[in-house]
Write a protein that binds this ligand. Structure first.
Ligand code: AMP
Length: 194
């Protein structure tokens, strides 16, 4: 299964991908996690990305594509993946299409988690208090939501126009949201860890 999970910051992409990876037997590839690991390791790329991330802006398309290409070349991604956080703009859609064509791994599905803006802001506040992610601070969340509306919403529209987008209600108990995603994928089994 090669799946892209779309949705605003705080819509639950990471949480759901972590739940679904065992069910679907594919790795969860989060570009945000890859970047945070680079920041934590203090690599040159991480040092460059940190200020951009802390400001709620997008890291450059070139850096992101290189990072994704490297991750998809690892053995565990040979049988599929759940991609979380990429593509984030239309240029990245094009880059992803090119990359997947080159490695002959076309997408099977694109799922968007729909969560109302008020709930998003509340969830990010809770995550800010629990995890202290600098970019979950309410001011930065507002910036990230603006970037999402401007640059990432057109990505969902792009897939919708081609009939590949499945929209799933992301509000409710985690199990129920997982079930909805599996149902949308045509596989309505209960996630292994629930
Ligand atoms: P996330 O954990 O997906 O919310 O990502 C956290 C931050 O990492 C984002 O606000 C961006 O600054 C950066 N980031 C993650 N994925 C991408 C991407 N595909 N393109 C550009 N920046 C990204």
């Amino acid at each position: 299964m090669r799946l892209v999970l779309l949705g605003a910051p705080g819509s639950g992409k990471g949480t759901q991908a972590a739940r679904l990876k065992s069910e679907l037997d594919v790795p969860h590839i989060s570009t945000g996690d890859l970047l945070r690991a680079a920041v934590a390791a203090g690599t040159p790329l991480g040092q460059k990305a940190k200020a951009v991330m802390d400001a709620g802006q997008l890291v450059s398309d070139d850096i992101m594509l290189g990072m994704l290409e490297e991750r998809l070349s690892q053995d565990d991604a040979r049988n599929g993946f759940i991609l979380d956080g990429y593509p984030r703009n239309l240029a990245q859609v094009e880059a992803l299409n090119g990359l997947l064509e080159r490695i002959e791994q076309p997408l099977d599905a694109v799922v968007k988690l729909e969560v109302p803006a008020e709930e998003i802001v509340g969830r990010c506040e809770i995550r800010f208090k629990a995890q202290g992610r600098a970019d979950d601070n309410p001011d930065v969340v507002r910036k990230r939501l603006g970037v999402y509306a401007e640059q990432t919403a057109p990505v969902a529209d792009w897939y919708a126009e081609r009939g590949t987008l499945k929209v799933v209600d992301g509000v409710g108990p985690l199990d129920e949201v997982s079930q909805r995603i599996l149902a949308a994928l045509g596989s309505a089994r209960v996630p292994a860890d629930s």
